[in-house]
Design a protein around this ligand. Structure first.
Ligand SMILES: C[S@@+](CC[C@H](N)C(=O)[O-])C[C@H]1O[C@@H](n2cnc3c(N)ncnc32)[C@H](O)[C@@H]1O
Length: 240
């Protein structure tokens, strides 16, 4: 497809693997992203750090062609399961095992690139940002979501976090995955944030690239509350 060598993931069988119920709260962030990308027909979309493919599936549902890459092989496996459950055939999605700190060698640029809840996991931020922006066509849009925490004034925010969790309970939706794969994924990537973003910090860092900011929205990702923003959605358009 891209005409250059890439690791394409194929998972053949999940027979006999125990399945668990896993609660997800990405509904809110998914709505945010697709508020700005309602009709995906004719668009090619690359999801960097695609995880189990939640956003890719939505892009496909809206008529787009979805590509995804992730450095975690277990997340790739979960994506295969997720797509199979949704009846999305292998020919309709394109998954690549790749670490975005390395250049993604491709013969294709994308109309939209997602990097959602990923930057906070990546040690080499500068290289990753460059490689992500480089995936976009000129005129294409790059969507970032980063957590900006509930620390509003440098005070202890444990009460805020507790409240957030309470409000989030019962929200979202459920997906079913093999427990071994979920556990292996968490074990191998640690599931930790290696950096905290302050509000607008990523926007400052994106000034090093040929992009213009078209959306800058802070919101509460877990539950609706006034004046408490836990995530920032930044959409930039590539200008050259
Ligand atoms: C918190 S999850 C977010 C998944 C999805 N984007 C979402 O918002 O639901 C972070 C994802 O980024 C992936 N990731 C972390 N570092 C990465 C890297 N250097 N290159 C590619 N993917 C990476 C992880 O494996 C994981 O699937």
């Amino acid at each position: 497809m891209f005409g250059v060598k890439m690791k394409r993931v194929k998972v053949d069988s999940f027979a006999g693997i125990e399945r668990i119920r896993r609660k997800e709260i990405t509904k809110k962030t998914r709505e945010k992203v697709f508020h700005y990308l309602k009709d995906c027909s004719g668009l090619s979309i690359m999801d960097v750090g695609c995880g189990y493919g939640e956003y890719m599936a939505e892009a496909i549902k809206r008529g787009g062609t979805a590509y995804g890459l992730d450095s975690d092989i277990y997340q790739m496996a979960l994506a295969h399961i997720y797509f199979e459950k949704l009846g999305i055939s292998e020919s309709d999605h394109h998954l690549f095992h790749h670490d975005i700190q390395e250049v993604f060698k491709k013969g294709k640029l994308f109309d939209a690139v997602f990097c959602l809840n990923v930057m906070e996991h990546i040690p080499n931020e500068k290289a990753a940002l460059k490689n992500i922006v480089d995936l976009s066509k000129v005129g294409g849009r790059v969507f970032f979501i980063v957590p900006i925490g509930t620390k509003l004034s440098g005070k202890d925010d444990s009460e805020e976090k507790k409240k957030e969790k309470e409000l989030a309970d019962g929200c979202g939706f459920h997906v079913f995955f093999p427990i071994d794969f979920v556990n292996e994924s968490i074990r191998s990537r640690g599931d930790k944030h290696i950096r905290e973003y302050k509000k607008d910090e990523l926007i400052e860092k994106l000034k090093a690239f040929s992009v213009e900011v078209v959306v800058n929205e802070s919101f509460s990702a877990l539950a609706e509350r006034d004046n408490v923003c836990t995530s920032q959605l930044i959409v930039v358009r590539k200008v050259e």
